[in-house]
Design a protein around this ligand. Structure first.
Ligand code: IFG
Length: 528
Protein backbone atom coordinates (compact mmCIF):
# COMPACT_ATOMS: atom_id res chain seq x y z
CA UNK A 1 0.00 0.00 0.00
CA UNK A 2 1.44 3.40 -1.02
CA UNK A 3 2.51 5.88 1.70
CA UNK A 4 -0.22 8.23 0.43
CA UNK A 5 -2.84 5.50 0.84
CA UNK A 6 -1.54 4.63 4.33
CA UNK A 7 -1.80 8.30 5.38
CA UNK A 8 -5.38 8.47 4.07
CA UNK A 9 -6.32 5.30 5.95
CA UNK A 10 -4.71 6.59 9.17
CA UNK A 11 -6.65 9.89 8.89
CA UNK A 12 -9.96 8.03 8.41
CA UNK A 13 -9.31 5.86 11.50
CA UNK A 14 -8.37 8.94 13.55
CA UNK A 15 -11.47 10.92 12.61
CA UNK A 16 -13.92 8.03 13.02
CA UNK A 17 -12.32 7.20 16.37
CA UNK A 18 -12.84 10.79 17.50
CA UNK A 19 -16.52 10.76 16.61
CA UNK A 20 -16.94 7.35 18.20
CA UNK A 21 -15.54 8.65 21.50
CA UNK A 22 -17.69 11.77 21.18
CA UNK A 23 -20.80 9.72 20.58
CA UNK A 24 -20.14 7.42 23.55
CA UNK A 25 -19.15 9.88 26.21
CA UNK A 26 -20.87 13.14 25.32
CA UNK A 27 -24.20 11.97 23.98
CA UNK A 28 -27.26 13.39 25.68
CA UNK A 29 -29.73 10.62 26.39
CA UNK A 30 -31.13 9.44 23.08
CA UNK A 31 -34.60 8.99 24.58
CA UNK A 32 -34.80 12.68 25.38
CA UNK A 33 -35.88 14.27 28.65
CA UNK A 34 -38.25 11.51 29.75
CA UNK A 35 -35.53 8.89 29.43
CA UNK A 36 -33.34 10.44 32.15
CA UNK A 37 -33.48 8.63 35.51
CA UNK A 38 -34.54 10.96 38.30
CA UNK A 39 -34.87 10.32 42.04
CA UNK A 40 -37.39 11.27 43.33
CA UNK A 41 -39.51 10.48 40.29
CA UNK A 42 -41.34 13.60 39.04
CA UNK A 43 -45.12 13.74 38.57
CA UNK A 44 -44.89 14.47 34.85
CA UNK A 45 -42.11 14.71 32.26
CA UNK A 46 -42.78 15.62 28.62
CA UNK A 47 -40.00 15.47 26.02
CA UNK A 48 -39.71 17.98 23.18
CA UNK A 49 -37.26 18.39 20.28
CA UNK A 50 -34.02 20.28 20.85
CA UNK A 51 -31.87 20.77 23.91
CA UNK A 52 -30.33 23.27 26.28
CA UNK A 53 -26.58 23.84 26.42
CA UNK A 54 -24.79 25.35 29.38
CA UNK A 55 -21.82 27.37 28.13
CA UNK A 56 -19.34 29.84 29.57
CA UNK A 57 -21.71 32.59 28.43
CA UNK A 58 -24.63 31.16 30.44
CA UNK A 59 -25.98 33.13 33.37
CA UNK A 60 -28.59 32.54 36.06
CA UNK A 61 -31.28 35.19 35.86
CA UNK A 62 -33.57 35.85 38.81
CA UNK A 63 -36.71 37.93 38.65
CA UNK A 64 -36.45 40.51 41.37
CA UNK A 65 -33.65 40.91 43.89
CA UNK A 66 -35.22 39.20 46.92
CA UNK A 67 -32.65 37.80 49.36
CA UNK A 68 -34.12 34.31 49.04
CA UNK A 69 -34.00 34.36 45.23
CA UNK A 70 -30.42 35.65 45.29
CA UNK A 71 -29.44 32.92 47.77
CA UNK A 72 -31.03 30.25 45.58
CA UNK A 73 -29.36 31.71 42.48
CA UNK A 74 -25.95 31.71 44.16
CA UNK A 75 -26.57 28.13 45.35
CA UNK A 76 -27.29 26.97 41.77
CA UNK A 77 -24.32 28.93 40.48
CA UNK A 78 -22.04 27.21 42.97
CA UNK A 79 -23.39 23.77 42.05
CA UNK A 80 -22.71 24.38 38.32
CA UNK A 81 -19.45 26.36 38.53
CA UNK A 82 -17.18 23.74 40.11
CA UNK A 83 -17.38 21.07 37.41
CA UNK A 84 -17.91 23.34 34.38
CA UNK A 85 -15.50 26.10 35.28
CA UNK A 86 -18.08 28.59 33.98
CA UNK A 87 -18.59 31.79 35.99
CA UNK A 88 -22.41 31.37 36.05
CA UNK A 89 -23.16 34.97 37.02
CA UNK A 90 -26.40 35.54 38.95
CA UNK A 91 -28.18 38.39 37.20
CA UNK A 92 -31.14 40.16 38.81
CA UNK A 93 -31.60 42.72 36.10
CA UNK A 94 -31.86 40.70 32.90
CA UNK A 95 -34.14 42.57 30.50
CA UNK A 96 -34.43 40.04 27.67
CA UNK A 97 -34.33 36.24 27.61
CA UNK A 98 -31.51 34.54 25.77
CA UNK A 99 -30.59 31.00 24.83
CA UNK A 100 -28.19 29.29 27.21
CA UNK A 101 -29.49 31.06 30.31
CA UNK A 102 -31.36 29.68 33.31
CA UNK A 103 -34.30 31.78 34.57
CA UNK A 104 -35.57 31.36 38.13
CA UNK A 105 -38.88 32.98 39.01
CA UNK A 106 -41.59 32.95 41.64
CA UNK A 107 -44.61 32.54 39.41
CA UNK A 108 -48.16 33.74 39.82
CA UNK A 109 -49.77 31.19 42.12
CA UNK A 110 -49.98 27.76 40.54
CA UNK A 111 -52.25 25.83 42.93
CA UNK A 112 -51.28 22.35 41.83
CA UNK A 113 -47.59 22.97 42.63
CA UNK A 114 -48.30 23.78 46.27
CA UNK A 115 -45.50 24.87 48.62
CA UNK A 116 -42.68 22.80 47.21
CA UNK A 117 -43.59 22.01 43.62
CA UNK A 118 -42.02 23.52 40.51
CA UNK A 119 -42.35 23.76 36.75
CA UNK A 120 -39.18 23.26 34.73
CA UNK A 121 -39.37 24.21 31.08
CA UNK A 122 -36.43 23.53 28.75
CA UNK A 123 -37.36 25.29 25.52
CA UNK A 124 -35.83 27.58 22.94
CA UNK A 125 -32.39 26.76 24.25
CA UNK A 126 -33.13 28.19 27.70
CA UNK A 127 -34.33 26.89 31.05
CA UNK A 128 -37.27 28.50 32.85
CA UNK A 129 -37.76 27.23 36.40
CA UNK A 130 -40.76 28.63 38.24
CA UNK A 131 -42.44 27.87 41.57
CA UNK A 132 -44.81 29.40 44.10
CA UNK A 133 -41.92 30.00 46.47
CA UNK A 134 -38.16 29.46 46.94
CA UNK A 135 -38.59 25.92 48.30
CA UNK A 136 -40.04 24.89 44.96
CA UNK A 137 -37.15 26.50 43.11
CA UNK A 138 -34.71 24.63 45.36
CA UNK A 139 -36.39 21.35 44.48
CA UNK A 140 -36.38 22.21 40.79
CA UNK A 141 -32.64 22.87 41.01
CA UNK A 142 -32.08 19.35 42.36
CA UNK A 143 -33.83 18.09 39.23
CA UNK A 144 -31.67 20.29 36.98
CA UNK A 145 -28.58 18.77 38.61
CA UNK A 146 -29.82 15.26 37.81
CA UNK A 147 -30.68 16.22 34.22
CA UNK A 148 -27.06 17.22 33.59
CA UNK A 149 -24.39 14.52 33.14
CA UNK A 150 -23.32 12.98 36.50
CA UNK A 151 -19.90 14.60 36.21
CA UNK A 152 -21.60 17.93 37.03
CA UNK A 153 -21.19 16.80 40.64
CA UNK A 154 -17.43 16.43 40.26
CA UNK A 155 -15.21 18.53 42.52
CA UNK A 156 -12.83 19.25 39.62
CA UNK A 157 -13.34 20.79 36.18
CA UNK A 158 -14.70 18.34 33.59
CA UNK A 159 -14.97 18.61 29.79
CA UNK A 160 -18.43 19.49 28.37
CA UNK A 161 -20.71 19.69 26.60
CA UNK A 162 -23.33 20.24 29.31
CA UNK A 163 -26.61 19.54 27.61
CA UNK A 164 -30.17 18.85 28.76
CA UNK A 165 -32.84 17.59 26.34
CA UNK A 166 -35.81 19.92 25.84
CA UNK A 167 -39.19 19.36 27.44
CA UNK A 168 -41.29 20.20 30.48
CA UNK A 169 -41.38 18.82 34.01
CA UNK A 170 -44.18 19.57 36.44
CA UNK A 171 -43.57 18.17 39.89
CA UNK A 172 -44.73 18.40 43.48
CA UNK A 173 -44.42 16.14 46.59
CA UNK A 174 -47.06 13.87 48.09
CA UNK A 175 -45.81 14.34 51.70
CA UNK A 176 -44.73 17.66 53.17
CA UNK A 177 -42.41 16.02 55.74
CA UNK A 178 -39.56 14.12 54.11
CA UNK A 179 -36.80 13.53 56.65
CA UNK A 180 -33.64 11.90 57.83
CA UNK A 181 -32.58 11.52 61.47
CA UNK A 182 -28.98 11.56 62.66
CA UNK A 183 -28.19 10.23 66.14
CA UNK A 184 -25.27 12.43 67.26
CA UNK A 185 -25.57 11.15 70.85
CA UNK A 186 -24.20 7.63 70.54
CA UNK A 187 -21.36 8.90 68.37
CA UNK A 188 -20.81 12.63 67.93
CA UNK A 189 -20.56 14.13 64.41
CA UNK A 190 -18.81 17.46 63.91
CA UNK A 191 -20.57 20.45 62.30
CA UNK A 192 -18.88 19.87 58.92
CA UNK A 193 -20.12 16.27 58.83
CA UNK A 194 -23.67 17.40 59.59
CA UNK A 195 -23.38 20.02 56.81
CA UNK A 196 -22.17 17.33 54.38
CA UNK A 197 -25.14 15.16 55.34
CA UNK A 198 -27.46 18.14 54.77
CA UNK A 199 -25.95 18.59 51.29
CA UNK A 200 -26.50 14.90 50.56
CA UNK A 201 -30.11 14.57 51.71
CA UNK A 202 -31.20 17.90 50.21
CA UNK A 203 -29.98 16.72 46.79
CA UNK A 204 -32.83 14.17 46.95
CA UNK A 205 -35.42 16.77 48.02
CA UNK A 206 -35.49 15.75 51.70
CA UNK A 207 -36.64 18.77 53.77
CA UNK A 208 -36.15 17.69 57.41
CA UNK A 209 -33.09 16.74 59.46
CA UNK A 210 -34.01 15.45 62.93
CA UNK A 211 -30.98 15.63 65.26
CA UNK A 212 -31.08 13.15 68.17
CA UNK A 213 -29.14 15.43 70.54
CA UNK A 214 -29.29 13.54 73.84
CA UNK A 215 -29.25 9.96 75.07
CA UNK A 216 -27.71 7.72 77.71
CA UNK A 217 -24.25 8.05 76.16
CA UNK A 218 -24.09 11.77 75.48
CA UNK A 219 -25.62 15.28 75.67
CA UNK A 220 -24.73 17.25 72.53
CA UNK A 221 -26.16 20.77 72.80
CA UNK A 222 -24.98 23.62 75.04
CA UNK A 223 -27.63 24.69 77.57
CA UNK A 224 -26.40 27.86 79.26
CA UNK A 225 -28.47 27.37 82.43
CA UNK A 226 -27.24 23.78 82.84
CA UNK A 227 -23.57 23.86 81.71
CA UNK A 228 -22.60 20.43 83.09
CA UNK A 229 -24.90 18.79 80.54
CA UNK A 230 -22.10 19.35 78.02
CA UNK A 231 -19.03 19.60 80.25
CA UNK A 232 -19.86 16.24 81.84
CA UNK A 233 -22.72 14.80 79.77
CA UNK A 234 -21.04 15.73 76.48
CA UNK A 235 -17.63 14.38 77.37
CA UNK A 236 -18.05 10.78 76.29
CA UNK A 237 -19.78 8.52 73.76
CA UNK A 238 -20.30 4.84 72.88
CA UNK A 239 -16.97 3.06 73.29
CA UNK A 240 -15.74 5.58 75.86
CA UNK A 241 -13.84 7.91 73.53
CA UNK A 242 -14.10 11.67 73.81
CA UNK A 243 -17.60 12.82 72.81
CA UNK A 244 -18.34 16.41 71.89
CA UNK A 245 -21.18 18.87 71.62
CA UNK A 246 -22.52 21.82 69.61
CA UNK A 247 -22.29 25.24 71.15
CA UNK A 248 -25.48 27.20 70.57
CA UNK A 249 -23.54 29.20 67.98
CA UNK A 250 -22.57 26.02 66.13
CA UNK A 251 -26.15 24.72 66.32
CA UNK A 252 -27.36 28.00 64.79
CA UNK A 253 -24.74 27.60 62.06
CA UNK A 254 -26.19 24.18 61.25
CA UNK A 255 -29.74 25.60 61.28
CA UNK A 256 -28.75 28.39 58.86
CA UNK A 257 -26.90 26.02 56.51
CA UNK A 258 -29.91 23.72 56.53
CA UNK A 259 -32.42 26.49 55.87
CA UNK A 260 -30.45 27.60 52.80
CA UNK A 261 -31.04 24.05 51.50
CA UNK A 262 -34.76 23.87 52.28
CA UNK A 263 -34.08 21.70 55.33
CA UNK A 264 -35.81 22.26 58.70
CA UNK A 265 -33.81 21.16 61.75
CA UNK A 266 -35.83 19.27 64.38
CA UNK A 267 -33.93 18.89 67.67
CA UNK A 268 -34.70 15.93 69.93
CA UNK A 269 -34.17 15.86 73.68
CA UNK A 270 -35.14 12.29 74.57
CA UNK A 271 -37.09 11.89 77.81
CA UNK A 272 -37.96 10.51 80.33
CA UNK A 273 -35.87 7.49 79.21
CA UNK A 274 -32.51 7.60 77.41
CA UNK A 275 -31.38 10.24 79.94
CA UNK A 276 -28.23 8.90 81.59
CA UNK A 277 -26.07 11.75 80.23
CA UNK A 278 -28.16 14.35 82.11
CA UNK A 279 -28.50 12.16 85.22
CA UNK A 280 -24.70 11.75 85.29
CA UNK A 281 -24.26 15.53 84.98
CA UNK A 282 -26.54 16.66 87.83
CA UNK A 283 -27.05 14.58 91.01
CA UNK A 284 -30.16 16.62 91.86
CA UNK A 285 -31.91 15.35 88.73
CA UNK A 286 -31.90 11.85 90.25
CA UNK A 287 -34.61 10.77 92.70
CA UNK A 288 -31.84 9.64 95.11
CA UNK A 289 -29.79 12.83 94.49
CA UNK A 290 -26.84 10.70 93.38
CA UNK A 291 -25.34 11.26 89.94
CA UNK A 292 -25.11 8.13 87.79
CA UNK A 293 -21.85 7.12 86.13
CA UNK A 294 -21.27 8.18 82.50
CA UNK A 295 -22.32 5.31 80.22
CA UNK A 296 -20.56 4.21 77.03
CA UNK A 297 -22.32 0.91 76.35
CA UNK A 298 -25.24 0.25 73.98
CA UNK A 299 -28.00 -1.02 76.28
CA UNK A 300 -31.32 0.86 76.26
CA UNK A 301 -34.26 1.40 78.60
CA UNK A 302 -32.44 1.49 81.94
CA UNK A 303 -32.83 5.20 82.83
CA UNK A 304 -35.56 7.65 83.75
CA UNK A 305 -35.75 11.26 84.80
CA UNK A 306 -37.26 11.63 88.28
CA UNK A 307 -40.86 12.29 87.26
CA UNK A 308 -41.93 13.11 90.82
CA UNK A 309 -39.50 16.05 91.28
CA UNK A 310 -40.57 19.61 90.34
CA UNK A 311 -36.91 20.30 89.56
CA UNK A 312 -37.23 17.85 86.64
CA UNK A 313 -39.87 20.03 84.98
CA UNK A 314 -37.86 23.19 85.64
CA UNK A 315 -34.90 21.44 83.99
CA UNK A 316 -37.01 20.42 81.00
CA UNK A 317 -38.49 23.90 80.69
CA UNK A 318 -35.03 25.52 80.84
CA UNK A 319 -33.62 23.13 78.25
CA UNK A 320 -36.54 23.36 75.82
CA UNK A 321 -36.80 27.16 76.17
CA UNK A 322 -33.17 27.64 75.19
CA UNK A 323 -33.57 25.12 72.37
CA UNK A 324 -36.77 26.78 71.11
CA UNK A 325 -34.94 30.12 71.03
CA UNK A 326 -32.41 28.81 68.52
CA UNK A 327 -34.80 26.57 66.55
CA UNK A 328 -36.83 28.52 63.96
CA UNK A 329 -38.60 25.32 62.84
CA UNK A 330 -42.07 24.54 64.27
CA UNK A 331 -41.18 21.25 66.03
CA UNK A 332 -39.42 20.09 69.20
CA UNK A 333 -38.96 16.30 69.50
CA UNK A 334 -39.32 15.07 73.11
CA UNK A 335 -38.38 11.43 72.46
CA UNK A 336 -40.48 9.33 74.87
CA UNK A 337 -39.18 5.97 73.67
CA UNK A 338 -38.17 2.90 75.67
CA UNK A 339 -38.97 4.35 79.10
CA UNK A 340 -38.84 0.84 80.52
CA UNK A 341 -38.05 1.97 84.09
CA UNK A 342 -40.69 4.71 84.21
CA UNK A 343 -43.99 3.38 85.52
CA UNK A 344 -46.83 3.96 83.03
CA UNK A 345 -48.78 5.85 85.69
CA UNK A 346 -45.81 8.24 85.94
CA UNK A 347 -45.00 8.26 82.21
CA UNK A 348 -48.45 9.47 81.12
CA UNK A 349 -48.63 12.60 83.32
CA UNK A 350 -44.98 13.29 82.54
CA UNK A 351 -45.60 13.37 78.78
CA UNK A 352 -48.79 15.38 79.29
CA UNK A 353 -46.84 17.96 81.29
CA UNK A 354 -43.98 18.15 78.78
CA UNK A 355 -46.48 18.70 75.95
CA UNK A 356 -47.77 21.71 77.91
CA UNK A 357 -44.23 23.06 78.30
CA UNK A 358 -43.61 22.76 74.55
CA UNK A 359 -47.00 24.31 73.73
CA UNK A 360 -46.17 27.34 75.90
CA UNK A 361 -42.99 27.77 73.83
CA UNK A 362 -45.10 27.99 70.68
CA UNK A 363 -43.73 24.78 69.27
CA UNK A 364 -45.35 21.50 68.19
CA UNK A 365 -44.45 18.19 69.82
CA UNK A 366 -43.11 15.16 68.02
CA UNK A 367 -42.51 12.01 70.04
CA UNK A 368 -41.74 8.34 69.37
CA UNK A 369 -44.90 6.26 69.14
CA UNK A 370 -45.11 5.51 72.88
CA UNK A 371 -46.28 9.09 73.51
CA UNK A 372 -49.66 8.00 72.07
CA UNK A 373 -50.23 6.41 75.50
CA UNK A 374 -50.50 9.95 76.94
CA UNK A 375 -53.23 12.52 76.23
CA UNK A 376 -52.02 14.08 72.99
CA UNK A 377 -52.37 17.81 72.45
CA UNK A 378 -53.91 18.79 69.08
CA UNK A 379 -50.52 19.76 67.61
CA UNK A 380 -48.63 16.69 68.72
CA UNK A 381 -47.26 14.19 66.21
CA UNK A 382 -46.48 10.50 66.73
CA UNK A 383 -43.38 9.03 65.08
CA UNK A 384 -44.15 5.38 64.35
CA UNK A 385 -41.06 3.21 64.75
CA UNK A 386 -42.01 -0.05 66.50
CA UNK A 387 -45.57 -0.50 67.74
CA UNK A 388 -48.30 -0.14 65.11
CA UNK A 389 -50.89 -0.09 67.90
CA UNK A 390 -49.34 3.12 69.23
CA UNK A 391 -49.56 4.73 65.81
CA UNK A 392 -53.23 3.72 65.58
CA UNK A 393 -53.81 5.06 69.11
CA UNK A 394 -52.28 8.36 68.02
CA UNK A 395 -54.56 8.55 64.98
CA UNK A 396 -57.56 7.82 67.22
CA UNK A 397 -56.55 10.87 69.29
CA UNK A 398 -56.43 12.96 66.12
CA UNK A 399 -52.67 13.06 65.79
CA UNK A 400 -50.80 12.78 62.50
CA UNK A 401 -48.11 10.16 62.15
CA UNK A 402 -44.52 10.31 60.85
CA UNK A 403 -43.72 6.92 59.35
CA UNK A 404 -40.33 5.49 60.43
CA UNK A 405 -40.98 1.73 60.49
CA UNK A 406 -37.78 0.14 61.83
CA UNK A 407 -38.06 -2.86 59.50
CA UNK A 408 -38.00 -0.62 56.43
CA UNK A 409 -36.59 2.80 57.26
CA UNK A 410 -34.00 2.27 60.02
CA UNK A 411 -30.73 2.92 58.24
CA UNK A 412 -28.70 1.36 61.07
CA UNK A 413 -30.14 -2.05 60.23
CA UNK A 414 -27.60 -4.35 58.57
CA UNK A 415 -28.19 -5.01 54.84
CA UNK A 416 -27.62 -8.71 55.47
CA UNK A 417 -25.73 -11.02 57.81
CA UNK A 418 -22.39 -10.06 56.23
CA UNK A 419 -22.77 -6.31 57.00
CA UNK A 420 -20.13 -5.38 59.57
CA UNK A 421 -21.78 -2.17 60.78
CA UNK A 422 -25.26 -1.75 62.20
CA UNK A 423 -27.73 -3.78 64.23
CA UNK A 424 -30.39 -6.28 63.18
CA UNK A 425 -33.02 -6.38 65.95
CA UNK A 426 -35.61 -5.29 63.37
CA UNK A 427 -34.27 -7.72 60.77
CA UNK A 428 -31.92 -7.39 57.83
CA UNK A 429 -32.91 -4.50 55.52
CA UNK A 430 -31.55 -4.84 51.98
CA UNK A 431 -32.13 -2.03 49.51
CA UNK A 432 -35.33 -3.61 48.16
CA UNK A 433 -36.75 -4.06 51.67
CA UNK A 434 -36.24 -0.36 52.42
CA UNK A 435 -38.14 0.50 49.25
CA UNK A 436 -40.85 -2.14 49.05
CA UNK A 437 -43.42 -0.50 51.31
CA UNK A 438 -46.09 2.14 51.03
CA UNK A 439 -46.43 4.53 53.99
CA UNK A 440 -50.15 4.93 53.26
CA UNK A 441 -50.99 1.22 53.54
CA UNK A 442 -48.30 -0.22 55.84
CA UNK A 443 -50.29 0.08 59.07
CA UNK A 444 -54.02 -0.72 59.14
CA UNK A 445 -55.70 2.27 60.74
CA UNK A 446 -53.07 4.74 59.55
CA UNK A 447 -54.20 6.02 56.17
CA UNK A 448 -52.61 8.59 53.87
CA UNK A 449 -54.61 11.45 55.40
CA UNK A 450 -53.27 10.51 58.84
CA UNK A 451 -49.64 10.74 57.72
CA UNK A 452 -47.52 13.89 57.96
CA UNK A 453 -44.61 12.23 56.19
CA UNK A 454 -41.71 9.80 56.21
CA UNK A 455 -38.37 9.84 58.03
CA UNK A 456 -35.35 7.52 57.86
CA UNK A 457 -33.40 7.40 61.18
CA UNK A 458 -29.72 6.51 61.45
CA UNK A 459 -28.84 5.36 64.99
CA UNK A 460 -25.09 5.46 65.56
CA UNK A 461 -24.27 2.84 68.19
CA UNK A 462 -21.99 1.22 65.58
CA UNK A 463 -21.49 4.13 63.15
CA UNK A 464 -18.56 6.38 64.03
CA UNK A 465 -17.76 8.57 61.01
CA UNK A 466 -19.04 9.90 57.66
CA UNK A 467 -17.66 7.01 55.62
CA UNK A 468 -19.51 4.50 57.79
CA UNK A 469 -22.60 6.72 57.77
CA UNK A 470 -22.60 6.79 53.97
CA UNK A 471 -22.25 3.00 53.71
CA UNK A 472 -25.39 2.58 55.83
CA UNK A 473 -27.44 5.51 54.55
CA UNK A 474 -26.73 5.19 50.82
CA UNK A 475 -28.36 3.99 48.73
CA UNK A 476 -31.33 3.19 51.01
CA UNK A 477 -32.05 6.87 51.72
CA UNK A 478 -32.72 7.48 48.01
CA UNK A 479 -35.58 4.98 48.13
CA UNK A 480 -37.05 6.64 51.19
CA UNK A 481 -36.78 10.00 49.41
CA UNK A 482 -38.57 8.52 46.38
CA UNK A 483 -41.38 7.15 48.54
CA UNK A 484 -41.70 10.33 50.58
CA UNK A 485 -41.92 12.49 47.47
CA UNK A 486 -44.38 10.28 45.62
CA UNK A 487 -45.20 6.81 46.87
CA UNK A 488 -48.47 6.40 44.97
CA UNK A 489 -46.67 6.11 41.62
CA UNK A 490 -43.53 4.57 43.08
CA UNK A 491 -43.12 1.53 45.24
CA UNK A 492 -42.42 -0.68 42.23
CA UNK A 493 -38.96 -2.10 42.97
CA UNK A 494 -38.33 -3.37 39.42
CA UNK A 495 -38.91 0.10 38.01
CA UNK A 496 -37.08 1.92 40.80
CA UNK A 497 -33.94 -0.24 40.82
CA UNK A 498 -33.19 0.88 37.24
CA UNK A 499 -33.41 4.53 38.29
CA UNK A 500 -31.26 3.79 41.33
CA UNK A 501 -28.65 1.95 39.25
CA UNK A 502 -28.35 5.05 37.05
CA UNK A 503 -27.37 7.09 40.11
CA UNK A 504 -24.05 5.23 40.48
CA UNK A 505 -21.92 7.77 38.60
CA UNK A 506 -23.60 10.63 40.41
CA UNK A 507 -22.98 9.12 43.84
CA UNK A 508 -19.37 8.47 42.82
CA UNK A 509 -18.93 12.07 41.59
CA UNK A 510 -20.35 13.23 44.94
CA UNK A 511 -17.73 11.00 46.57
CA UNK A 512 -20.45 9.16 48.55
CA UNK A 513 -19.27 5.77 49.87
CA UNK A 514 -22.52 3.97 49.03
CA UNK A 515 -23.13 0.25 49.58
CA UNK A 516 -23.04 -1.40 46.11
CA UNK A 517 -25.90 -3.82 46.78
CA UNK A 518 -25.97 -6.81 44.44
CA UNK A 519 -29.73 -6.30 44.02
CA UNK A 520 -29.16 -3.11 42.01
CA UNK A 521 -28.05 -2.96 38.32
CA UNK A 522 -25.43 -0.25 38.94
CA UNK A 523 -24.51 1.60 35.70
CA UNK A 524 -20.94 2.81 35.54
CA UNK A 525 -20.36 4.89 32.41
CA UNK A 526 -17.26 4.84 30.24
CA UNK A 527 -14.65 7.18 31.63
CA UNK A 528 -14.42 10.21 29.33
N1 IFG B 1 -34.31 1.81 69.47
C1 IFG B 1 -34.01 3.05 70.17
C2 IFG B 1 -32.86 3.86 69.66
C3 IFG B 1 -31.73 3.01 69.10
C4 IFG B 1 -32.30 2.02 68.10
C5 IFG B 1 -31.20 1.27 67.37
C6 IFG B 1 -35.83 4.12 68.94
C7 IFG B 1 -36.93 5.14 68.93
C8 IFG B 1 -33.24 1.08 68.81
N2 IFG B 1 -35.22 3.91 70.13
O1 IFG B 1 -35.52 3.55 67.91
O2 IFG B 1 -32.34 4.68 70.70
O3 IFG B 1 -31.03 2.34 70.12
O4 IFG B 1 -31.69 0.59 66.25
Amino acid sequence: MSIKRQKQLFKIILISGFFLIQSISFAIPSGGLSSISLIPKPVSVTSAPGNFSLTKKSSICISGKSHELTTIGEYLSGKLRTATGFEMVVNAAAKTKASGNIYLSISKFDKQLGDEGYQLSIKGGMINLSANNPAGLFNGIQTIRQLLPPKIESSSIQPGPWQIPAGTIRDFPEYSYRGAMLDVARHFFQVDDVKRYIDQISAYKMNVLHLHLSDDQGWRIEIKKWPKLTSIGGSSQVGGEKGGFYTQKQYSEIVKYASERNITIIPEIDMPGHTNASLASYPELNCNNKATELYSGTEVGFTSLCTSKDLTYQFISDVLSELAEITPGPYLHIGGDESHVTKLEDYIPFVNRVQEIVGKLGKKVIGWDEIALSTLRPNSFVQYWAKAENAVLGVKQGAKVIMSPAANSYLDMKYDSTTLLGLHWAGYVEVDQSYNWDPATLVKGVAKENILGVEAPLWTETVTNMNELEQMVFPRLLGIADLAWRSSSSGNWNEYKIRLGNQAERLKALNIAYYPSKLVPWVTQLKN
